[in-house]
Design a protein around this ligand. Structure first.
Ligand code: AMP
Ligand code: MG
Length: 310
């Protein structure tokens, strides 16, 4: 696989690469996505490293059909109705099934999952052939414009990642994101699927999250995981009433993100260890984490988890 740009004939080889934990950029009807096996934590981390993304936001899981979606998310009758709008540029945020084989780096530690069926024949062929759900943010370096052609992907990411060429993406705008909880539907992000069409299907208006919903209403609309416990960051030592979450050489740590000081291992452990300590401790002290590489995203997530809520 030398040339970075590939045609439909290469779908089997690209799917094999995804199954082996590699990244593949692929076309959707919105923009080109940078895809990885959503069940493989290291593959998902490679998305962050390749994009230089400074933040662990939850990633959208792309599936080929409703049966595949049902392996990861719980579909209420209301969610089933909204799913009749698939395939299309519509992401549904639904309760994550407890036994869903998804990395918690995909859901960013949340108990929900954002999922969609893209409306692009090559995206569907790739997902089917891989037999894996694909986590895929836009295939551009962080902070740059989302690519709508295979050439733009190569311009942005270079030749490290093979690109499945499906021509120009139709919309160039990201998917509309709806959160379904109970009998309430809330638009978390406006996007390529018109709200009017969603409301026409349901026969009523839906709620629209405020632009800063992420930092309001913890646990409701929050798109980041916030522990109950109080977090103290950059803690070289814990005090008597704190559980210490270590990094590197931290004797006495309740848990250690990576005793050897490996940021990749720390990122893999981050959400599970926060959840674990949150169950048993009221106060958590977190050892200093270096700020380079994945450390930036780890520190961003910790800073949000430590921010006072009111
Ligand atoms: P994108 O960068 O286009 O892949 O979009 C990812 C965005 O989807 C995130 O930044 C969130 O805003 C949203 N999202 C995905 N999954 C969830 C979730 N489980 N809960 C809330 N928002 C989500
Ligand atoms: Mg993007």
């Amino acid at each position: 696989m030398k040339a970075p740009i590939h045609s439909a004939a290469d779908v089997p080889a690209l799917a094999a690469r995804l199954r082996a934990g590699g990244l593949v950029a692929f076309p959707t009807e919105t923009v080109y996505g940078l895809g990885a096996d959503a069940g493989n934590a290291d593959a998902v981390l490679a998305i962050y490293e390749t994009k230089g993304r400074p933040r662990f936001n939850p990633l959208i899981v792309h599936v080929a059909d409703l049966d595949m979606a049902r392996r990861f998310a719980a579909f209420s009758p209301l969610a089933e109705r909204l799913a009749t709008l698939w395939p299309g540029p519509l992401t549904l945020v639904l309760p994550r099934l407890p036994d869903a084989q998804l990395s918690d780096l995909v859901t960013a530690g949340l108990d929900t999952v954002g999922i969609r069926i893209p409306n692009h024949p090559l995206a569907l062929a790739l997902i089917r052939e891989a037999g894996r759900p694909l986590a895929a943010p836009s295939a551009n370096p962080s902070g740059k414009l989302s690519p709508t052609t295979a050439e733009q992907v190569v311009q942005g990411l270079g030749t490290r990642v093979p690109v499945l060429d499906g021509g120009a993406a139709e919309s160039g705008v990201e998917s509309t994101i709806l959160k379904v909880s109970g009998d309430e539907v809330t638009q978390l992000r406006a996007g390529a699927f018109a709200r009017a069409d969603i409301e026409a299907l349901l026969g009523h208006r839906i709620l629209v999250a405020a632009a800063n919903a992420e930092i309001s209403a913890p646990g409701m609309l929050a798109s980041h995981y916030a522990p109950e416990a109080t977090l103290r960051l950059d803690a070289a030592q814990p005090s008597a009433d704190e559980a210490w979450l270590g990094f590197g050489n931290c004797p006495g740590a309740a848990l250690n993100l990576s005793a050897s000081g490996d940021l990749r291992e720390a990122a893999r452990n981050l959400f599970a260890m926060l959840h674990d300590l949150d169950r048993t401790a009221k106060r958590i002290a977190v050892a200093p984490i270096p700020h380079h590489g994945l450390g930036e995203a780890i520190n961003d997530r910790l800073a949000r988890a430590a921010a006072p809520r009111g």
